[in-house]
Design a protein around this ligand. Sequence first.
Ligand code: JFZ
Length: 548
Amino acid sequence: MAWFRHDKFGMFIHWGPYSALAGEWNNQQIPPHTEAEWIMQRFNIPVADYRERAHQFNPVRFNADAWVALAKATGMKYLVVTAKHHDGFAMYHSEVSKYNIVDWTSFHRDPLKELSDACQRAGIRFSVYYSHREDWDDPNGFGNNWDYNPAKKNFSQYIETKAKPQLKELLTNYGPLGLVWFDRGMDTPQHAAEFADLVHSLQPQCLINGRIGSYKQELMGDYQDMGDNGMPSGGLDEDWETPQTLNTTWGYSKFDQDWKTPGVVIHRLVEIVSKGGNYLLNIGPMADGTVPQPSVAVLNEVGKWMSRNSESIYGTTASALPEFPWGRTTVKGSKLYLHIFSWPADRTIRISGLNNGVNSARLLLDPTHKLPVASQDGNILITVPAAMPDSRDTVIAVELDSPPVVAPPVVTQDSDTGFELNYLTAVTTGNAKKRFNRDGGFHIAKWTAPEDIASWILSVSVAGKYAIKIRYAAAKDWKDGQYILTVGHHEMKGPVKATGDGYQYATFDAGTILFPKAGQYRLELKPAEKYSHYLMYLESLTLEPVGQ
Ligand code: JFZ
């Protein structure tokens, strides 16, 4: 995972016969803000018709070095290109099926081979996207119920005769892959495990994204993918990545000119990296093999910012500091990078919640010039020049006396209700981990022993009795588990009840607690003993006042 955690920023490429349809079929346009690479399914295009259009695909202006140079100039370190999307068409020379760009079109070249070689030359990590379940061309693949009778599908035959053999080709003929980006999950965990085993058997170093498995099961990949354009509210205790479109479609649409600005892209990159994630930003090249000029313009602007500021992105780790009015922070050892999105009128940047001494603060772009630093009521104050050097994001590098020491968040209560405790304000220790799953959303998992703890700091403003409820999911063979809930000096033990497979959350009473007086209390939840399974998938805890 070291390269993935260092590189942070990748280029996604969605390119195939759908790029030639460009969002239109038989004078019908796809609705605004829908995905152009889904056009075959959206308009139930018959396989025979789509195959004919694929036959005409001929990207004569394709130049792999140009695409890779664009990624490199943008500051992107890895590239993920669609080898086969849901339409079933292979954008590489496949021996498994003639339905591929070399055999099926007059182009007769292998773009993935050319991209793999160009990446090698440029020092960019080459990776592939492979839709291992959805295949609208193959009679036994998922998804095409307009040409094929679903009752007659033999999905196992599809994965044995097409998906796995093609994956094997990609893992054999295109050099070392950084990762395989699977999509839309798999019908059973067993089938998903077979794909993971295949990757590991051929390229043990190759990473696997989180969409390889059934969305109802635990993550089977090496890192988690957020939903498209998704963003966690807070940090996660695992590696994760957000894929995002540059407009609103992955595959090229001639109707979609809703491009994100360079500033939005830079702010998104900083937010994702500040929360410990990677940003996989997409381009949708056109049928002739060129990249839409507006995409190039945005990426070139982002690249200018990255060329000057990438020290504050590559190799950084998640910051425990929250978002500030002026922007966000990234961390590298004892260095804290302040990403100033909006310049303070009073020329003072305030940092709260940081229990460190400051050795120095400098504009990243003007390292010779020390900025004045002061402290006031526990805040660190940095005086900045009057004019904002970079209107999109001016970075200040702050040398601290140690890696950032950040006080844990304090959960306050709404006046009439009580407390809602969830992954966002939890401090996890041991193997208790904040995770994300398509079905489970944000939750705490992986805890199996008393040293695996989730804790919260509560600021009780209304003393008195509170009813505690726990909302969790637990598989049936986890029901021998017991939890220990400690609030202040009060300890409660409770049984874990089975709620069903996957992330079927249910809410249970956990007793009542008396807060004798207003003030700060620490609440912690942990397994009572060491178990061979997780304690539970914890979604949240609530404390509701029940009067004196
Ligand atoms: C999938 C594909 O269907 C789509 O065409 C594109 O390739 C995209 C990157 O991945 O679309 C998804 C998959 C997952 C989510 C949303 C769209 N999700 O997790 O919210």
